[in-house]
Write a protein that binds this ligand. Structure first.
Ligand SMILES: C[S@@+](CC[C@H](N)C(=O)[O-])C[C@H]1O[C@@H](n2cnc3c(N)ncnc32)[C@H](O)[C@@H]1O
Length: 333
């Protein structure tokens, strides 16, 4: 099916990289039909039907709108083709279903709405069965049916959870990291520095089997409290993630996603981030299955000296004036 996606403007590449990673993890092939850079609108063709699409699009953290793509029309010919466009839209409406046209141009919405109305469908601007969106770009009008992305990050912000710590990550970033790890439903995912549980919460909501380690018993108990608050189940352990020897966890995980300890409010073992990183990757290479991904956030760029991992990608993400985070996507050889 064809989709129209409005990408977030937070980063030039990450929204597309996340989409690519999600489709890869879901074993779906897709291709770009058109990308309108200025408006950040991406039209894609993906080999899945309506049944799975909602679950898949709701994995995206950096997509602001998702709709079923109906057509792209040259601005000059749109008004002449109004009747044909209305016919095309009407195929999406079941008998007795109401609709609303949403567009920045009120007159366009009214004209298109009237053409569909004439085909026998009810208008309901407040509570329509189907919401039709018309995006206006420099050259085109693009029509889609809203698939109503679930946007509920506010319910999981660090400050609304029962256990708070200043190092807690925003759920949107946590979800992005999980997606970049190519983990899918049922996969075993580990956050070895889990803190308050931000990453585990997002991964569990997407159906992964979650494991969390933290050296601090206080963090693990707070993390438990947070997970319970959302009715989430995860296996949590007080552990030093730089010294994990248990044979049980050897090649056990399908994905490792984490936020390295740093800064004043979080302990940085090994003092030097490069040394810490090398040591951690050594441990991670024993826990992670071969050819699987490790995604980690670092407070600054680091030299990845551990040759067991290949750097797939690295991104700098601006968080606020004094904080930029480096996201590393690594693949175990
Ligand atoms: C940046 S915080 C993680 C924050 C987490 N992503 C969240 O959203 O709450 C890093 C965590 O690593 C833990 N930590 C530090 N050294 C550790 C080690 N050697 N093994 C396991 N956990 C460690 C700290 O206790 C801290 O909770």
């Amino acid at each position: 099916m064809k989709l129209i996606l409005k990408l977030s403007g937070e980063h030039p590449e990450l929204p597309k990289e996340e989409i690519k990673a999600v489709f890869e993890s879901e074993n779906l092939t897709w291709k770009t039909v058109k990308m309108l850079e200025k408006e950040r609108l991406l039209i894609i063709d993906v080999n899945t039907g309506d049944a799975r699409i909602n679950e898949i699009i709701n994995r995206f953290s950096m997509v602001k709108y998702a709709g079923k793509f109906l057509g792209i029309y040259d601005k000059n010919s749109f008004h002449d083709s109004l009747h044909e466009i209305a016919l095309e839209i009407s195929k999406e409406l079941k008998k007795n279903e109401s609709f609303a046209i949403r567009s920045k141009s009120q007159s366009l919405a009214e004209k298109l709405g009237a053409a569909i109305f004439q085909l026998g469908f009810k208008v309901d601007l407040k509570n329509p069965n189907k919401e039709i969106n018309v995006f206006i770009t420099e050259k085109y009008f693009i029509v889609g049916v809203n698939l109503h992305l679930r946007r509920d990050f506010n319910k999981r912000l660090p400050k609304v959870r029962p256990f708070f710590h200043p190092t807690a990550m925003h759920p949107k970033l946590a979800k992005l990291l999980v997606n970049l790890s190519r983990a899918k439903k049922g996969d075993r995912l580990l956050d070895p520095f889990c803190g308050t549980g931000s990453i585990l919460i997002e991964a569990a909501i997407m159906g992964m089997e979650c494991y969390g380690f933290d050296i601090s018993a206080r963090m693990i108990s707070g993390c438990k409290e947070n997970l319970k608050f959302y009715g989430i189940d995860a296996k949590l352990f007080v552990k030093d993630s730089l010294n994990i020897e248990e044979p049980l966890f050897r090649k056990f995980f399908d994905a490792i996603v984490t936020d390295a300890p740093y800064g004043r409010s979080s302990r940085l073992p090994y003092g030097n981030i490069e040394k810490f990183c090398h040591r951690f990757l050594e441990v991670a290479s024993r826990l992670l299955k071969d050819n699987r991904y490790l995604v980690m956030v670092m407070p600054k760029k680091v030299e990845i000296s551990n040759k067991k991992f290949k750097i797939v990608n690295r991104y700098s993400l601006y968080v606020h004036k004094s904080l930029t985070r480096e996201i590393y996507v690594l693949k175990l050889n």
